[in-house]
Design a binder for this molecule. Sequence first.
Ligand SMILES: Cc1cc2nc3c(=O)[nH]c(=O)nc-3n(C[C@H](O)[C@H](O)[C@H](O)COP(=O)(O)OP(=O)(O)OC[C@H]3O[C@@H](n4cnc5c(N)ncnc54)[C@H](O)[C@@H]3O)c2cc1C
Length: 391
Amino acid sequence: MEVSFDNTEKAFASKDDNTLKRAYLLFRLVSRPWMVSLGKHLTQFAFALHLPVKGLIKKTIFAQFVGGETAQEADTNTDDLADYGIGTILDYSVEGQDDEASYVAGTAEILKTVEISAESEGVPFCVFKPSGIGPFGLWLKAGTDMELGWQESEQWMATLARVEQICSRAHELGTPVLIDAEESWMQDGADRVVEQFMARFNKERPIVFHTLQMYRHDRLDYLKRLLVLAQGSGFKLGVKLVRGAYMEKERERAEERGYPDPIQPDKEATDRDFDDALRFCIEHIDTISIVCGTHNEESSMLLTQLMEQNGIAKDDPRIYFAQLYGMSDHISYNLVDAGYNVAKYVPYGPVKEVMPYLIRRAQENTSAAGQTGRELGLIKKELKRRKAGGR
Ligand SMILES: Cc1cc2nc3c(=O)[nH]c(=O)nc-3n(C[C@H](O)[C@H](O)[C@H](O)COP(=O)(O)OP(=O)(O)OC[C@H]3O[C@@H](n4cnc5c(N)ncnc54)[C@H](O)[C@@H]3O)c2cc1C
């Protein structure tokens, strides 16, 4: 039987009325672009003046999209996910720090999540962003033929050593690690590094997972090349498929600098490549493991159909569906209820430091026609159902 995403009772079973009403209010607020822009500037201003806004943020937008200030807090606060069989992916979401000390501290924090993931059945993956553990500019240079200066070479060796520390610990403990994808101009460097670590640590099973952003028009071909590489070198390929989060930035930079836009010409092309990538992965499921990172109902549905057509069990460990905490619960909870493997990215970090992540989520939800309209409609439907006595 086909899974349905319409069941709001299942989707919001873990949320009490007050939590749902808070979510409703929040999604309504972020559906107004001027509100998001005002909120962004007001919070920056408030933090600059040391105004006591942390409590307010923590009870509102932070509570909706973030697990807590520490890994432990996030793990505990998301017990309801585990109660329903949904995995937690602890995502240390401190951004914009760019000195050696913060890379070292960030790596220590990620290593903590590797340990938690290994100890806890409810935490199936860990994750990190390359730019969180080494200078963005060096990831960029690593993808080119540019020579590194003496100091840069030292910094780059230190960055690679941190990647190695995380991946080798994950390998030792047998817990898979997802490596996020970022802006295209640093991604060539990241691709080279991720490929090397996959070849090294994925011999028996996928430990290191690459991320492919299907809004890039070159990524389907890249996926195919990765398979050839994996088959040729004898390693398992782990891929997280996403559409991609930096579209505007990508387009602006390409236009400013006069190089061809790396992004697909339109949304349909992104959707087509995302779905073709799913088909390709399923065709080669003996070598490829997938994390399908999307809030798109059609793509999620397609993957369930492909699994069924190919006789793949719903809980096959090679296939995970993943959403972000606070978003698209109707997909996560209905899929897990139907027997599929589901996990949520649960970001965590101090309130002030996760603000860039929160602003991105608010901006992503600023489209009444898209995600927000859908979230609002679903929450409204569930509140109405409960009011009518359907608890
Ligand atoms: C578990 C998980 C992990 C993630 N990890 C990463 C990561 O590592 N790196 C990263 O960049 N993002 C990551 N994301 C964020 C992800 O890229 C966005 O959530 C995603 O783009 C939203 O798209 P969607 O698949 O939910 O579907 P939709 O809502 O159907 O698609 C929206 C997306 O389509 C694309 N799009 C929209 N309009 C156009 C257009 N005109 N032309 C071309 N393309 C268009 C854009 O990518 C846009 O974000 C992750 C998301 C999840 C759920």
